[in-house]
Design a protein around this ligand. Structure first.
Ligand code: 6GU
Length: 229
């Protein structure tokens, strides 16, 4: 998969992309992530990327020209067309199902905004879909893009070692993950459930299913009702 990110703050991505699973996935060629700085595409000498909203109101709005120029440059870096995604709190809410859907694409092009928002012509003109990572406002789309990229890349074949498969993750079957334990057997008086030490794989699998269902009912009943809140 190829992932392009258009942003005013490419440095914000360096640490999350430079560690652990995302780092390994790039090194092994499972994903290629290319950061492009929208500011490099500003033509005026002040390097202005935002301006006051027409009609008045607080804050600044991302201007269309640098974003379009950056996009048109980035688009040509690969023959693959790609799916264009604008990160904005107004977008459709991102979830596991969306992550699975995006993980099947050959190319994703993310555009992270800053300020009060994007000039509307950016969404319209680029035919972008909009994604949000939840009902709260972040200072910019960068953290949201990183969240989406991380969750999509871990679903790509080979991104996780055998030891950290995603198939038992929370949400992969619509339920929260079952409780996990490691050594020691007893920690500060708290004991690992006997069944996990029994070696009976059938019983362990059933216990895990029961626990996953039990905690989903208790902590996230909305997941069982199938509502998306
Ligand atoms: Cl994608 N962007 C911003 N700025 N805030 C958000 C968001 C995105 N998703 C949730 N809050």
């Amino acid at each position: 998969m190829r992932v392009d990110v258009l942003t005013l703050f490419p440095e914000m991505f360096e640490s999350p992309l430079g560690h652990s699973i995302l780092k390994r996935a790039q090194q092994s060629g499972i994903v290629e992530i290319v950061l492009s700085n929208i500011r490099d595409f500003v033509t005026d000498s002040y390097k202005k990327v935002d301006d006051k909203p027409y009609g008045g109101g607080p804050g600044m709005v991302m201007m269309p020209e640098p974003v379009f120029d950056c996009f048109e440059h980035v688009e040509k870096l690969s023959a693959e067309k790609g799916r264009v995604i604008l990160l904005t709190p107004q977008g459709q809410k991102f979830d596991h199902r969306k992550a699975v859907e995006l993980s099947k694409e050959k190319r994703l092009i993310f555009i992270s905004g800053r300020y009060e928002g994007f000039d509307e012509r950016i969404r319209e003109g680029l035919g972008a879909e909009q994604l949000s990572i939840g009902d709260y406002v972040l200072s910019g789309g960068e953290l949201a893009a990183m969240v989406v990229i991380d969750s999509v890349v871990r679903l790509l074949g080979g991104a996780l070692g055998d030891e950290d498969s995603s198939k038992d993750d929370s949400f992969s079957d619509g339920l929260l993950e079952y409780p996990q334990y490691t050594r020691p057997e007893v920690f500060r008086g708290m004991k690992v459930p006997d069944i996990l030490l029994s070696g009976d794989h059938g019983k362990i699998a059933k216990w895990r299913r029961d626990k996953a269902l039990e905690r989903t009912k208790l902590w996230r009943p909305d997941l069982l009702k199938g509502d998306k809140s």
